[in-house]
Ligand binder design. Sequence first.
Ligand code: CP
Length: 323
Amino acid sequence: MKNFISFKDVKNYTELLNTALEIKANPFGQQEVGKNKTIGLLFFNPSLRTRLSSVKATYNLGANCWVLNAGADSWTLEMADGTVMNGDTQEHIKEAIGVMSAYCDILGVRTFPKLEDRDEDYNEVMFNKVKELSSVPVVSLESATLHPLQSFADLITVAEYSGYKPNQTFDKKVKVVMTWAPHPRRLPQAVPNSFAQWFSKIDWVDFTVVQPKGYELNSAFTEGAKIAYDQEEAFKDADFIYAKNWSSFEDYGQIIPQEKDWQVTMDKMKLTNNGKFMHCLPVRRNVVVSDEVLDSEHSIVIPEATNRIYSAQTVFHEILKNL
Ligand code: CP
């Protein structure tokens, strides 16, 4: 693995999953790989889980780590080429990434979309600029359109709670349903795009995306998934409910008012096969999902967040071992 930006960077998801489960069972067993290596983590946007799990993953590998919050801890960066920098920006992204990538062996980067210009966001203009300027491998800590470390952690979690074992096949596919859920703010499509990109390719998963009309994701990411519009029908016999809000892809970045309430409630969870409730977090209680569900045995959001350590550790390990 050279970079980790999308599911497309994974040569064999089964091997990667098995490696993650081995690393989780022996988290300090790969410290030779991390010795004298440094992981740089560059955030253009806020984070709790991605930041802390990546730092923890680095320490587990015996590597060093630095974290920079662009704009807050450093100079204000100029992104545009050819600019006469006599305004508020103090350092050009060219020098900034050149220097940062001289200070690490892997550069992790988070760049959210602006949700204003779909082409700019879906061409990953900002993330690709960083990638092109970096002299070291780049790992996505969430880009405008994808969040692969989250999706990989979600795969580890679904595998664990399904009784997955390497070299063992399932009698029946595991039913995973990703449901749109309400939110007061305009949110990116990165988490659901990425989840769909991964789970529509897992051969032991029966994967459905359910959303209101107008919230269909970019079909490039949902290819192979079942697409549904009736939330309660989709929940029937589901083994996993993955809730997430996203703004419209078609009416780009907008919120479309709904007549029905799409919040995940206990009544809806009762339709499932005693299903597990998942969410990438942070989650707005009693908007996206009721307290009753989140505080119940159905919820596995904390184990899911814990697996962020092992998704990051596995990806860093796979890149470092080839340097
Ligand atoms: N799920 C996730 O990426 O969380 P943070 O935004 O807190 O990193």
